[in-house]
Design a protein around this ligand. Structure first.
Ligand code: NAD
Ligand code: USQ
Length: 396
């Protein structure tokens, strides 16, 4: 199949592009390197050095013989998006190309607005370009479990059957997102649903949980193929951060009570879920949602698991309960369904001692690059993070 991976320079986009290319698909990546700009702006570089996209594409060809094409440009430029779809004629489009961080969207007015403008405009441009030049293509869109929030009832996969005053309907599951970033995904979901309805496009909205992991089969082929692994407070996610903190000797940063429970998955399962979605497309006009995670943990449990493993390697890995910079429930009911990808054949890789140990060992190999000043949280959900944002900029 011809597959276009948007955001193909990112943490998930680059490994996905390699994985699909290794599985004999004709793959192109698109990116505008905005993430590399945000990293500079916040002085938060990935732990493992990341080569330029051009060098990674070249190394991939050298190592495997497979070609990945690359397009450099902004999804917010409509003419660019339209030209690429007209030229590449994808069968499937995997859309990772958005600003992915909740804390980034909460730093200040500028980052909030730019997150929503970037994410929503890019996706709308894509939908219009698909309508014009690739109406049969399958849009596999990366959304988030965070669209649902943490309601006190079970979470369904996208839709819930409701009986009200004697009548029944299957309706979109209520959304209670927890940041302006998560809200951008809700807006995307609504726009995609509508475009599928009116233009008979087809889309799978992957409501993905928090991803962890530093390596995939393909990144392990050659160090030049490494992906962008973050541990800073803005772009790093919980388990990845805890592993780096354990190695750095920084007490693991559990926010508040740590009872916040989320769905998690290994980065290798992200790739497989995307592949399964592509191989089993929806019909024309169909918008469907899959909840994409394999296990649930509270933040406290995760920290204790990392602590246990790190101590076996001789690291103390204390745990600290910091005042929570976010506004979120710290103890709550959480029971989301996640059957649809399992029904398509997903065989989850569970978080194991061996897996955490291998992450810790990889991180230990790069320990000299860990910068402690980017670890502690400064971004606050109450809108008072401006000082922190200015402090970041003054570092430049
Ligand atoms: P990432 O920032 O590493 O990758 C996103 C890529 O998109 C970056 O390379 C960036 O330069 C590019 N991009 C952003 N805006 C663009 C634009 N307007 N035009 C062209 N390229 C643009 O993020 P990631 O962690 O790989 O996440 C990928 C996607 O998956 C995001 O949409 C994110 O919201 C979603 N997601 C991530 C996780 C996770 O834990 N990492 C979990 C759930 C969902
Ligand atoms: N948390 C801590 N300590 C930390 C970091 C996080 O306690 O050092 C807590 C947060 O308060 C939150 C939970 O861990 O309750 C998850 O936070 P996170 O930073 O790991 O993940 P989140 O901000 O939710 O965002 C990440 C990705 C995003 C994706 C989302 C999936 O960055 O792209 O959409 O996970 S989900 O969480 O299911 O919405």
């Amino acid at each position: 199949m011809r597959i276009l991976v948007l955001g193909g320079d990112g943490y998930l986009g680059w490994p996905t592009a390699m994985y699909l290319s290794a599985h004999d698909h004709d793959v192109a990546v698109l990116d505008n390197f905005s993430k590399r700009g945000w990293e500079l702006e916040l002085n938060a570089e990935p732990l493992i050095p990341v080569n330029s996209l051009r060098d990674r594409v070249r190394a991939w060809k050298e190592v495997t013989g497979h070609q990945i094409s690359s397009f450099v440009g902004d999804l917010c430029e409509y003419d660019f998006v339209r030209d690429i779809l007209r030229e590449f004629q994808p069968d499937a489009i995997v859309h990772f190309g958005e600003q992915p961080s909740a804390p980034f969207s909460m730093i200040d007015q500028r980052r909030c607005v730019s997150t929503q403008v970037n994410n929503i405009t890019g996706t709308l441009n894509l939908l219009w370009a698909m309508r014009e030049y690739a109406p049969a293509a399958h849009l596999v869109k990366l959304g988030t479990m965070g669209e649902y929030g943490t309601p006190n009832i079970d979470i369904e996969e996208g839709f819930i059957e409701i009986e009200y005053k004697g009548r029944k309907d299957l309706l979109p599951y209520p959304k209670q997102p927890g940041s302006f970033y998560h809200l951008s995904k809700v807006h995307d979901s609504h726009n995609i649903t509508f475009a599928c309805k009116v233009w008979k496009l087809r889309s799978t909205d992957l409501h993905q949980g928090v991803v962890y992991g530093v390596a995939t089969d393909e990144t392990e082929l050659d160090e030049r193929l490494a992906t962008s692994f973050h541990y800073d407070e803005v772009f790093g996610t919980a388990l990845n951060r805890f592993c780096v903190q354990a190695i750095a000797g920084v007490p693991l940063t559990v926010y508040g009570k740590g009872g916040q429970t989320r769905g998690f998955l290994n980065i290798r399962d992200t790739l497989r879920c995307v592949e399964l979605s592509i191989l089993n497309p929806p019909r024309a006009g169909e918008y469907r949602a899959f909840n994409q995670f394999t296990q649930m943990f509270s933040v406290r449990e995760l920290a204790e698991t990392v602590q246990h493993q790190a101590q076996k390697l001789g690291f103390r890995a204390a745990i600290s309960h910091l005042p929570n910079p976010r506004l979120e429930a710290e103890e709550h009911y959480y029971n989301p369904r996640h059957q649809k990808l399992l029904e398509l054949g997903l065989q989850p890789r569970m978080l194991s001692d061996v897996l955490i140990e291998s992450m810790l060992v990889t991180i230990r190999d790069h320990a000299e690059r860990i910068r402690q000043e980017v670890i502690l949280p400064n971004v606050r959900w109450d809108g008072t993070s401006e000082v922190a944002a200015k402090a970041y900029v003054s570092v430049l």
